[in-house]
Ligand binder design. Sequence first.
Ligand code: PHE
Length: 367
Amino acid sequence: MYTVPKLEDYSPEALDRAVADLFSALDAESRDLHSESDWKTFRDRWLARKNGVLTQINDTWLKAAPGAAKREVGRRVNELKARAEAAIEQVLGKLIASAVGAKIDSDRLDITLPGIQRPIGVKHPVLRVMDEIVAVFKAMGYSVGEGPEVETDYYNFESLNFPPNHPARDTQDTLFIAGQESKAARDRLLLRTHTSPVQIRTMEQQPPPVRIVIPGKVHRNDPLDATHSPVFHQVEGLAVDTNITFCDLKGTLDHAMKALFGSSVKTRFYPSFFPFTEPSADMQVSCIFCGGKGCRKCKFSGWIELLGCGMVDPNVFDFVKHNGYDSSKISGFAFGMGVERIAILKYEVEEIQLFYEGDVRFLEQFA
Ligand code: PHE
């Protein structure tokens, strides 16, 4: 370890040599430091006011210098002190940098490891089928509309020719919003039981002609079973123009079913009843499992009932007469289909609940 030598010779060359020795000693000592506390000991050894190396230099070199050399020795000692202090500071900087470097080294990412996978979701099968149905009608020139899920009695029932207390209301067992008693019956709110209210809403907004499909969520007070859910989805359709006939309805739906299920599927129309269509029909498709031969799925009938439809009842047009819907001049057809029902057939899904449980083992099959 460096000790401050006594100087015999105060010539500039001798001073140069002494200074060079001192710095090479400082350099050698600084290379032996491994921690901040090593550095503190080192710093104190060199800079401590009491007996630090630089203080010793003051005593050993400067004070002992002959009068003639004092000035020059003083200048050199001051210069040397500043250089030594700076060098000692630098040593600490390097020490910290290499410590940080070592830490980064030990934490270094292994870029060959597989990354964290964040699977991108897929469109839910119900939405997918709904979009598919809508696309079939868009290709035929239909526009797309929407309406509110919380609906008034007027739009959900009354304007669709379900008079108050009419038994046809019971076929759509309904979820009512509480606390509506103070309102007039027609203004009371409920969760819409079908997308048909958007028929009236559309006709209030635009005069004929109309060609529109309305996808949306509907609610009924139905207990959950393999094929029923209190919340499900429908796609409604409405076409109004001059000379629209039942043939147009049949042709349109037949085309749509062939687009959805394949060109070999057949359709047939069975008499039915809805208050807002006259005549009304249930449309059936030839069983897509057995091709119409009869199987368990179609209860050996060869046919599967798929949707409700009919010609718009003139009583419905009367509610929007003011907007150009004069039933002596125009006519129209409407239909409403359950999206889950179609999805169940298309994908052979066993239980409707599977659509709502959010189980990725089920959903990823539609990826
Ligand atoms: N809204 C009817 C239902 O939910 C279906 C339907 C729509 C029937 C349009 C005829 C015309 O059952």
